[in-house]
Design a protein around this ligand. Structure first.
Ligand SMILES: NC(=O)c1ccc[n+]([C@@H]2O[C@H](COP(=O)([O-])OP(=O)(O)OC[C@H]3O[C@@H](n4cnc5c(N)ncnc54)[C@H](O)[C@@H]3O)[C@@H](O)[C@H]2O)c1
Length: 270
């Protein structure tokens, strides 16, 4: 799908990858709806891209539904919906130590928000025989994020839901891409873009935005801004025990080097 002339709505577009994608897609000639729970951030990005802004918590189905219907009232039918909002809190201790609230929040943002968007948009898209979903998961949705079981489990679920969309609706004119980056220099990871210049494994949000545009243009299901993720998924599939051994080794190196490592450390080790 080409973005020129299309109506594109992006969640989590007030920051990071979503904001970079909005800017890059606007340059392609699309009309943008900027959806974020942070109203000032959404307004600022919308002003840059001459788009419309909506303050919306994507875990609230009613609020997301109304951002979608308001977008369509102002810009016309949505051609492409990008479910990109996300968060990473890490786990305080062992793999089951995050609170139930944290697990539920990860589930609601990383999975249910994608379901809500598809639920409201699919009927009209199917009727038109055209529509596109871009769902931002993570390399953690194909592999794992050490130290964040809730993030990893829900990103796996996000990949699975995107697969269900593609299998069920691919023959009805609906395109689906799932975006699975490793580390990206955004506020979520808490490292600046200057770090990306020094580390090959750390991309900028702009790099990811361009990988998404290329992937959607090719209508590729799995978009891997870090190409090495493809090789890692093959290694994991070929020998899960060997892969787990490697992950445990990586975890112990990270623990020895950083104490309590988070995403802001791992790009230095992968
Ligand atoms: N940065 C990375 O290394 C990385 C790697 C893989 C995947 N991702 C994924 O990319 C996506 C974007 O992350 P980012 O790195 O740009 O982070 P970011 O923190 O820069 O941006 C996330 C945006 O989502 C918004 N948001 C969060 N929860 C929301 C909610 N409930 N409702 C509405 N908006 C909400 C935030 O306000 C923020 O503007 C996320 O899904 C994240 O999991 C990021």
């Amino acid at each position: 799908m080409e973005f020129s002339g299309k109506v594109v709505a992006i969640t989590g577009a007030g920051s990071g990858i979503g904001a970079a994608l909005a800017r890059a897609i606007a340059k392609e000639g699309a009309r943008l709806s900027i959806i974020d729970r942070n109203p000032e951030a959404a307004q600022a990005v919308a002003a840059e891209v001459s788009g419309v802004a909506f303050s919306c918590d994507v875990t609230d189905e009613t609020s997301l539904r109304s951002a979608i219907s308001e977008t369509e009232a102002q810009l016309g039918p949505i051609d492409c919906f990008v479910s990109n909002a996300g968060l990473g809190r890490g786990q305080p201790d062992h793999a089951a130590s995050a609170s139930n609230d944290d697990w539920q929040l990860n589930w609601n943002v990383h999975v249910m928000a994608h379901v809500y968007a598809a639920r409201v948009l699919l009927p009209a898209m199917i009727e038109r025989g055209a529509g596109y979903f871009v769902n931002t998961a993570s390399a953690a949705g194909l592999l794992n994020q050490i130290g964040d079981a809730a993030y990893s489990a829900t990103k796996h679920a996000a990949v699975s839901f995107a697969e269900s969309l593609a299998i069920t609706h691919g023959d009805e004119g609906i395109g689906v891409s799932v975006v699975c980056p490793q580390y990206v220099a955004t506020p979520m990871v808490g490292v600046g873009e200057e770090e990306a210049a020094a580390h090959e494994t750390l991309l900028t949000a702009d790099d990811v935005a361009h990988a998404i545009i290329d992937g959607v243009r090719a209508e590729r299901f799995r978009i891997l801004p870090h190409p090495q993720v493809s090789e890692y998924t093959e290694l994991r599939a070929a020998d899960p025990d060997k892969w787990l051994k490697g992950m445990r080794k990586l975890r112990s190196i990270a623990n020895a080097k950083f104490g309590t490592p988070g995403p802001q450390h791992f790009y230095k080790l992968v």
